[in-house]
Design a protein around this ligand. Structure first.
Ligand code: 13P
Length: 248
């Protein structure tokens, strides 16, 4: 059974005092449902926040490097990240792909590094507007998964997390309809079944991301193949994020 997850990707937002306040309010609101809650703050805050979270909140990083150490100025290795209290990272967010030239090959290296170092990850995929308008979104997303993720063995793929984030819906206020989200998620589940088996397909959590907020979360989360959300802008406001978590 796939885990239910609501994750907040803060991107390059919030100062440290604002981040601390947000975590404190999330704690006060006692997120005690069976939904797994993961926050992806700017990495420089992880150490501080790791001392302030409670058992219901996990911390992750928005990015990491595939190499274990070395001369990679500005980058962070998995063991460094683990040492300050985060055990999960995003791989392949569309902003990393677009602004930092992260190709499917680079993302595959990150997937392999994470698997070998027992670091959990959320693998992000999603098509740009032009591809959606051409009606080629299924082929596009399938290729992203095949080139970076589907080389894993069945054992390595069990219980993984994939986030479908259509690029045209990110930060635009233009969310995918529940039908559009469900249709892509159903397709991903089917590919997992074809490539692996039913047990694997059912174990993978499929999150939706892209202008998800407290007003549309309930409808999106009610789709049979939507196991949660990766929330950007709406995760920066504690009341809104809490409401999204409670929409499950
Ligand atoms: P928004 O929720 O701001 O559209 O961002 C989604 C996202 O990119 C989460 O990773």
């Amino acid at each position: 059974m796939a885990q239910k997850i609501v994750a907040g990707n803060w991107k390059m937002n919030l100062k440290l005092d604002e981040a601390i306040r947000l975590v404190e309010v999330l704690k006060i609101n006692h997120i005690e449902s069976d939904v797994r809650v993961v926050l992806f703050p700017p990495s420089v805050y992880i150490d501080t926040l790791s001392h302030r979270i409670d058992d219901h909140i996990e911390l992750g990083v928005q990015n990491f490097h595939a190499e274990a150490k070395g001369a990679y100025t500005g980058e962070l290795a998995i063991n460094q990240i683990k040492s300050v209290g985060a055990n999960i990272g995003l791989i392949g967010h569309s902003e990393r792909r677009a602004y930092f030239a992260e190709t499917n090959d680079i993302l595959k290296l990150k997937v392999d590094a994470a698997v070998s170092q027992e670091f959990q990850f959320i693998f992000c995929c999603g098509e740009p507007l032009m591809i959606r308008e051409a009606g080629e979104e299924l082929d596009f997303v399938k290729m992203q998964l095949e080139e970076s993720l589907f080389h894993l063995s069945k054992d390595e793929m069990l219980d993984r997390i994939i986030a479908y984030e259509p690029v045209w819906a990110i930060g635009t206020g233009k969310t995918a309809s529940a039908e559009q989200a469900e249709s892509m998620h159903r397709a991903i589940r089917t590919w997992l079944h074809e490539k692996y088996d039913e047990e694997t397909a059912q174990s993978v959590s499929l999150l939706y991301g892209g202008s998800c907020n407290h007003e549309n979360a309930r409808e999106l989360f009610s789709c049979p193949n939507v196991d949660g959300g990766l929330i950007g802008g709406a995760s920066l406001k504690s009341e809104v994020f809490c409401e999204i978590i409670k929409s499950y």
